[in-house]
Structures are given as C-alpha cells and as structure tokens.
Design a protein around this ligand. Sequence first.
Ligand code: NAP
Length: 299
Amino acid sequence: MASKKVIAVFGATGAQGGSVARALLDAKHFAVRALTRDVTKPSALALKDLGAEVMKCDLDNKVSLVTALKGVYGAFLVTNFWEHLSQEKEVRQGKLVADLSKHLGLKHVVFSGLENVKKLTGCQLAVPHFDGKGEVEEYFWSIGVPMTSVRVGAYYENFSNWWKPVKASDGDYYTLELPMGDVPIDSISVADAGVVISNIFNSPEEFIGKAVGLSAEALTMQQYADILSKSLGKDIRDAKMTPEAYEKLNFRGAKELADMCRFFQKKPDRDIKLTHQLYPKIRSFQQFVSENLEAFKDI
Ligand code: NAP
C-alpha cells in the first residue's frame, strides 16, 4: 500500500493546529507531522499517542523549518500574534514558511489568515493581528504557493476566557463588553474548525488560491448573552458599549479590538453555508455552551 501523504501542522499543541491535527488523524487520509518547540509537552505527547509524528520546529529557526517541511505534501500554518504582539514578527514567520513552501514544492498549504484591515480601509482602521496575516496571505499567493487561506471566525471559546462575561458593578448581573452594536459577529468552535480544514485538504482543486471565511453561525452580542444566560442560569446582558468607549478601557490592545469590531461591523465575508457543507455536524453556540458548562463555571 502506498504510504500516506504527509501534512505538517504548525501550532499542533495549540487550539487551531491541535484541532486540525486531530481531525486529520481521525480522517486517516493524510499522515500528520505535528510541529512544536517542545516535543515533551503533554499536548505533543497526546498527538503522538494518536499516531502523529511529533517534530521539534521553531518558526524563528529556518534550519528547523527546512527539516520540518522537507518531503511533506502540505502544511497547515497558524502564527500566534498574541504570544509576542508583534506584527513584524508574525509577518516574518509567515513569509519564511511561504518561501520555504515554494522552494520545497509543497502542493497545498492552508494558512490561517485574516484580512489586511489597514490596507482595506485606507488606514482608517488598524488591527495588527489581522493586518500581518493579510500581508502574509498576499505574499503566499504573489510567489505562487498553492495556498488556501482560512479566515477563522471568532472562537466560541473566547466567551469563556478573553470575552468572558464581566460582573456588573451596580447589580447582580454580568455583561458582554465587545462593542458590536446590533451587528452579528461570526463564530465557530475552534475545536470544530479542524474538521472543516481537514476537508479543505481533501479538495485542493476547489480551494487552492481562495480565501474561505469559516463561521458556524453569526449572532448579535445580545443573542450570545441570551444563550449564556439560559444555559448558565445567570443574568448576562450585552453591555451595549460603543467602540469609542471600549477603546478607552485600560488594557493594551483595547484600541486594536475596538477597530476589529468596527471592521466586523462592516460584515467581512464569512461563509456559513460552505462551513456547514464542509462539516454538516458543526456545533451551534448553544450546543457548544451546553457541552462545555465546566469551562464557564467561574462566571
Ligand atoms: P494557541 O492555542 O495559543 O496555540 C499557539 C500555538 O502556536 C502553539 O501550538 C505553539 O506551539 C505555536 N507557536 C507559537 N510560536 C511558535 C514558534 N515560534 N514556532 C513554532 N510554533 C509556535 O493559539 P491558537 O488559538 O491556536 O492560534 C492563535 C492565532 O489564532 C492568533 O494569531 C490569532 O490571531 C488567531 N485567531 C484567533 C481567533 C480567536 O477568536 N481567538 C480567531 C481567528 C484567528 P509550541 O508552544 O508548542 O511551540
């Protein structure tokens, strides 16, 4: 029997890459080379148990990248802006993988991209964790790498960590602060995104050269709040904050996230229908919350 084609998965110990690695292993069409800077960490060992080849690789180390990408059919690339908060570094890492993919002749790269908001809005908005990924997307295609960009909607998981309901100071209720007004925001469980991406790898002729927006559903903040209230038995409301008020909040990145919401209010293209075609059993937010009550126990 011919041996399986290999897909190198970056970020395999994390949320997106881990989801992709598990989905590919589960589908059994491809072999998985799971890449990490630390092959001894539990999430790497867990992938080894599932049948992945686990290999040490650092996106900042060209030699390790060449070893990781040599001989593979394809790769899934996610870069983690939030680890270093540097658009320049994220772009450098992405372009290096693009150059090596070209040089080593990879047949299909799926890159976790996003829009270059700054360029699209003529510098009116700036969202560095989007803009760098947009620049990398463009670079991949400009040098002729067969690449599909997946623009992943907001993770449902964000609602149990970064976007967790905040206790109100003036009463026994909680609020969701993200300033979206009444505009729905696209979302998906990152744990489900891997199956969608695994199916994209199965149809290269359909997806190479395209950007695909992944979304299981789009809800308003009030709708997210209603689902959380019902499932968690708490009073959770949309704070109805404006982007102008949000950007004055006292944390680094408040302006960036306010601009991200301003961009989301322009409804960038996320394809709910296609996402469901690629994974018919993809979960709704309601399903996700009821299956993950433990993650919300601190609220
Ligand atoms: P995560 O769970 O924190 O995982 C990050 C992964 O990146 C880890 O597996 C880590 O591997 C790997 N990594 C980081 N630096 C590396 C390096 N120098 N070399 C090799 N591997 C490296 O993060 P994630 O959620 O999967 O992905 C984060 C990205 O998703 C961000 O850029 C974010 O903008 C994007 N995103 C997030 C959302 C959202 O709603 N949260 C939506 C769309 C896109 P090791 O530590 O094992 O080496």
